[in-house]
Design a protein around this ligand. Structure first.
Ligand code: GRF
Length: 197
């Protein structure tokens, strides 16, 4: 199975995936890493790991979201990509893209979904004062931070934890959970059903 990673930022989850490929926890071929941001450090990490296709695709070059997504799909199709892993990809994918890879797009979100959707999930959980938050890997559907859940890890928020401590704990949990969830998916251990609303 060939897969692509889409990332917009630092790429620490990509790095965890690369490590899991080396150790054979993930038995698949990472052929493509794409980013919507030229400065994404994820691109550097991919180049260093000798991923065959590493590209910045600039959304500004396209009139619509669909046209941008079609450009991504063209690359994925050309490289015979079987499934897609979102690792800090900060754009919402259009139904066109979702349909092309239904139940074959995985995402990681830094909360226990359906709690704390959105771009500030760790901060929101911390400020709300919950005692447990966590990490979710799910299939991507047409709604944001929604879709059948593959795996979750709880992360406790201690009474004396600072926000930075929580960020560190959540990221550490992500780097464990994502390779594990991808390996479950690859072993055919996940059966996707429609997620509850
Ligand atoms: C992670 O917290 C992930 O859950 C969220 O975006 C962040 C990406 O971090 N979707 P990195 O680029 O993998 O370091």
């Amino acid at each position: 199975m060939n897969f692509a990673v889409l990332a917009s930022g630092n790429g620490t989850n990509l790095q965890a995936i690369i490590k899991a490929l080396k150790s054979k926890q993930i038995k698949a071929s990472l052929k493509v890493v794409l980013s919507d941001k030229a400065e994404a450090f994820a691109l550097e990490r991919a180049r260093k790991a000798a991923v065959p296709v590493v590209m910045h695709v600039d959304p500004k070059g396209f009139a619509t979201r669909e046209a941008f997504d079609q450009a991504l799909l063209d690359i994925l199709k050309k490289e015979e990509i079987d499934f897609v892993v979102l690792a800090g990809f900060m754009r919402i994918l259009s139904p066109l893209f979702i349909e092309a890879y239904r139940h074959k797009i995985l995402n990681i979100h830094p909360s226990l979904l359906p709690a704390f959707k959105g771009g500030h999930a760790i901060k929101d959980a911390y400020n709300f004062g919950v005692k447990v938050t966590g990490v979710t890997v799910h299939f991507v559907d047409e709604q944001v931070d929604h879709g059948p859940i593959i795996a979750q890890t709880p992360v406790e928020i201690g009474a004396n934890d600072t926000f930075d401590m929580l960020v560190e704990k959540v990221h550490a949990a992500e780097h464990q959970l994502y390779p594990y969830a991808i390996s479950l998916f690859l072993r055919g251990r996940i059966k996707a059903q429609r997620a509850a609303d």
